[in-house]
Structure formats: C-alpha cells, structure tokens
Design a protein around this ligand. Structure first.
Ligand code: N01
Length: 535
C-alpha cells in the first residue's frame, strides 16, 4: 500500500475482536480493512506461544457464538484448549468468513490523526522494514486487545546477557528447546504459572524470580469427549444465555450465599468441591469473595493451606504464600505449578528478600553471586488496557493525544469512545468489563454495539460521532464508584496499572458484566444517549 487509500473503516488488530468487527462491517457493506502488526491472525494467541499457553476459560465458552454453524462445526479437543488449537480456530474463522483479503499484515500502526475539516482519520503504518504507508478512513476502530503491549522491566545489564532472552508475550515462532539449559523465569503471573511446569521438565535447572506470590487454582484440564462436546452443542444457545447472565460472562456456577453465612464445615466443603473441580469457578464459591474482606480471607486461607500441603520444602512453601486478597489480582489457573517446586532442578528466589542486582553476561547476580544461565524468560506481563492504545499515537480534535488526556488514567464513555476523539472507537477498552470477563462474548457484545452505532449514524445521515464530555465524566465516576466497593483497588495489580512504573493508579475495567450490557441496551434504546452526531 504505497499510496493513501480510503476506507469507510480502518480496524487495528486481527485478533478475535478485529476479525469479528471486520465480518460485521463487511456484512453492513462497509469498505473496511484491518491493519495487523503480525504476519497472521489471532492477536494474543498469535504472539503468546510460550510453553503451556492455553486458555483458562472453557473453550466451549471461549469461542464465538455469532454463527450457529461455526459453533456446531468446530471441535475443541480439550476443556481448556492449548494455544496452537486456539490459533487454528482464529485462522479457520478468517478463512470461513473470507476475511483474509481485507487484512493487511506486517503493518504496525504508528500514528492516527483526525482531520477536523474533512472528518477523516489518517493512519500511518510501518512495515517490517520501517517503510511507512498511509491510509485514511471515516471511522477508526481499535481492536488492539487489552494485554498486547509487553512490559519489559529495565534490569541493569540485560543487554549484556550472553544467552537467549524471551518474553512470554513475544514468543518465537520456531520451537524453543530448553533441554539441558539453565533457565530463569522472571515473574509469577498467569503466563509464568503456565510456563514454569513445562519449562521445568525440559531444563537442566530452572530458577524462578518472584516479586509477588500469586494465587493459583488447579485447572483440572482434560480431553473433551465427542459425547461431552455434543451434549453442549445440543443446546448451545441455552448455555450461552446462562453464561451471559453471570457476573463474568462464563459459567462459574455462582453460589448465592455469603461465605460468612455458612458454618466452617460447609465453607470448607464448598471450597474443596470447587478446588477438585478446578478452574476460575473457585471464585464463585460464595457470592461475596470480591466484596467482603472477611469472606475473601477464608478463601485465601484455604488456598494458602493447599500450597503448604503441596510444597515439600517449608521455606519455599512460605515464600509461595500470597499475602494479598485472593482474586484482587487476576486469579491464575495452573497445571502442576506448586508441585513443580518439589522438583530437584527448580529453585525459587524471592526478589524482595534477595533483589536482582544485575544481569551479567553469564547469568543473574543476587547477593554478589551469579546464578549461571543460558536463557532468561521474562514473564513480566503487559502495559495492560491502555499500553497498546497509547502506542497508536492517536491525535483527535485540535491534535489532542490520548497520552495527554490519559495522563491521570484512561477516560472513556462506556469503554468504547472518547470525547475529543470523534469517530474513534475501542473494542473492550478501559471502562468496559473486558478483562474481568470471558473475552469472547464481551468482544461480540462490543462489536454488535459498535455496528449498531454506525448503523444508527447512517440512518440519521450523520458521519461524525463523538462522546459528550458530561456523559464521559459521569461514566468514569460510575466505573470508579463501583470499583471502590470491591476488593480490587486493594492490591498492586495490572488492573490498576500498578505493574508498570510511572503508570497512574486507576482501576481500569468496569465491574459487572450483565449490568454493563443492560446499560448499553438502555443507551441504544435512547438513540445512543451520550453521543453527539454531527456533519
Ligand atoms: O502478566 P502478570 P502475565 N521484576 O502481569 C512480575 C492473561 N493471561 O503475562 O505481581 C520482577 O499477571 C509481576 O510481579 P508483580 C491474564 O488475564 C491469561 O502472567 O507485579 N518481576 C508478575 O508476577 C493475566 O492476568 C492466560 O509484583 C516483575 C509477573 O511479572 C494477564 O494475561 C495466560 C517485574 C507478571 O504477571 C497477564 O498475565 C496468560 C519486575 N520488574 C495470561 N515486573 C490464560 O490462561 C513484573 N514482574 C488465558
């Protein structure tokens, strides 16, 4: 694309959000294109190829529901499918709906500028060699994902390291063999917790550097039999509807009782049942684990006891005990994580007690001694929710940038639009439930909502859509008010931006999925109240 081309809509990102948005817009007759940094579709599942990567929401639910035949014909092989299978699914969708011709790969968006006079976005991309191209459009939709801008800590000496360096969020496409190597993993979030058991089996020695101990519940992953799949498919719409009525948009079978309302015996029984069933449904053990600190404490103590029971070495077990509230950071789902510390080739370093002094050419130095290493895996997460949006270098009316406007934290209207940024929209943006939910239905809900918004503008013959300032201010206040009633602001999580030095501490997602959907429906019914349609 050497000459500026014009589109009705430019979508950024060919992950699950971008693919479905493209499909819907094509159905609506839009001349649309997706600009994608990678060489293939799949978004987060294209980049996250680290060992052990898989989803932690059941695949039968972590999948599209917009097309009945698609969900009937696709066969997930496991309860929680591994990354290669999820990536195959994304590719299948791209082919099945003939989306590939409308996706421009190897194209990183480096700037997007709104022209107030023409109501057009001018979007600059760079190819793999840095050669720029420009395209323009009436609408610009970011489908960049919430967890796609890797957080790379600046540890002194990293650039001098003589071995190999990886980041879980930018994993090589060729197989990585850790056989007979001395390996370090830095970080103990969901990615690390999935990767560590697999790497430990391959490596000669594995040293894990932990900053904050995390809670993990067992996945109890298993193969899905034909019978199990068919049972779900037989009444898929009912299952989807039930999931949509839950707080997180997936089936956690929430218990309607408070943890404080039952006896100690009943409480333990509930926790044990959920622990042996596995998965995120553990947080549904009682209805108040995320809003009542005393209830939360009972669940946290239960998991801490499980860690003590599982890990043989009492000092390591002690270091692995999380001190935060459970679920305050995203709960991790594991397959043999704590058991891995019983292996003779695995060591844990608590960097609060023994900080990393530097990375040396041959390893990592702590307490004046170098732990010799052949490879370092950074499992240090993401500049979540806002990082990828800010990297687009979006300039709205009068050249105002997101970086300026979001200096004190992101401000959006309903998580989909921003005042001063006309015709710019975000799928699962900050201020929407996004990362607190099953992302696939949440993505579909946003795509459907944006499709309706663009259709409405067309029907009333307007081409410029902008969120009103008062509506945005009220929404931001509402998002904060709801979050402040929960345990979430109480620990240093990426939900709050606390993992990235210098990032403002603001709780970014909206708590409450069905309530959010209801509010969106009310907004639609009120002719997209909160938006101004002009031109
Ligand atoms: O990232 P994280 P992630 N020095 O931010 C540590 C989703 N996901 O990639 O907690 C040393 O959770 C950091 O420490 P601390 C899921 O939503 C889903 O693991 O900030 N350590 C933490 O331990 C998840 O929540 C799946 O103190 C440093 C770790 O690195 C989200 O993605 C699988 C450090 C980062 O953990 C992000 O998960 C994987 C430093 N300077 C991910 N900086 C599924 O199963 C950071 N850390 C679907």
């Amino acid at each position: 694309m050497n000459q500026a081309r014009h589109f009705d809509t430019i979508i950024v990102g060919a992950g699950f959000a971008g693919l479905y948005m493209l499909h819907r817009l094509r159905e609506m007759g839009h001349h649309a294109i997706v600009l994608e940094k990678g060489s293939g579709v799949g978004g987060t599942w294209y980049w996250n190829r680290y060992p052990g990567a898989r989803c932690d929401i059941a695949s039968m639910e972590y999948s599209y529901q917009f097309d009945h035949e698609l969900q009937q014909e696709w066969n997930w092989s496991e309860k929680y499918s591994p990354q290669p299978e999820i990536l195959r699914y994304a590719n299948h969708v791209a082919d099945r709906f003939d989306l590939r011709p409308y996706i421009q790969f190897d194209s990183t968006v480096v700037a997007a500028v709104f022209d107030d006079d023409t109501n057009q976005w001018s979007v600059t991309t760079e190819d793999k060699t840095g050669v720029p191209s420009i395209a323009s459009s009436t609408y610009l939709i970011s489908a960049t994902g919430c967890l796609s801008s890797p957080n790379k800590p600046q540890i002194k000496g990293t650039d001098q390291f003589g071995g190999r360096i990886y980041h879980t969020g930018e994993w090589p496409h060729e197989p990585v063999d850790f056989g007979n190597l001395n390996v370090a993993v830095i970080g103990t979030g969901s990615s690390a917790i999935q990767a560590i058991p697999v790497i430990a089996k391959q490596a000669a020695n594995l040293t894990v550097f932990q900053r904050t101990a995390n809670y993990a519940v067992p996945a109890r992953n298993s193969e899905l039999s034909v019978k199990q799949r068919n049972q779900i498919k037989a009444d898929y719409p009912a299952l989807r509807e039930k999931a949509a009525s839950t707080r997180n948009g997936h089936l956690t079978e929430p218990n309607s009782q408070s943890a404080m309302a039952v006896s100690e015996h009943e409480r333990m029984e509930q926790f044990e049942t959920r622990w042996s069933n596995g998965g995120l449904a553990f947080m549904g053990s009682f209805n108040d684990l995320t809003i009542n600190e005393a209830s939360n404490q009972t669940a946290a103590d239960f998991v801490r006891n499980k860690i003590r029971e599982t890990v043989d070495d009492p000092i390591t077990a002690q270091q692995l005990l999380p001190s935060t509230m459970i679920g305050c950071k995203r709960l991790c789902v594991d397959s043999g994580y704590y058991e891995t510390y019983n292996r003779p080739n695995v060591a844990l370093v608590d960097i609060n007690e023994t900080p990393i002094e530097s990375v040396e050419p041959n390893g990592i130095k702590i307490k004046g001694e170098v732990i010799e290493l052949d490879a370092i895996v950074f499992a240090t997460g993401y500049d979540a929710m806002t990082g990828s949006l800010i990297k687009l270098n979006v300039a709205g009316r009068n050249g105002v940038t997101l970086t300026e406007r979001w200096r004190a934290g992101p401000e959006t209207y309903m998580g989909i639009a921003m005042h001063e940024f006309p015709n710019f929209f975000t799928i699962t943006g900050p201020g929407s439930p996004s990362v607190l939910t099953n992302m696939l239905p949440t993505i579909e809900q946003h795509v459907n909502l944006l499709s309706k918004l663009l259709l409405h503008a067309k029907q009333i013959k307007k081409t410029r859509i902008e969120a009103k300032l008062d509506a945005q201010t009220a929404w931001v206040q509402h998002v904060n008010a709801i979050a402040s009633k929960t345990i979430y602001p109480g620990c240093n999580s990426w939900y709050l931006g606390a993992n990235v030095p210098g990032k403002p501490r603001v709780f970014m997602p909206y708590v409450g999925f069905p309530d959010y959907v209801k509010r969106c429906e009310e907004m639609v019914a009120a002719n997209f109240q909160g938006f101004e349609f002009t031109a």
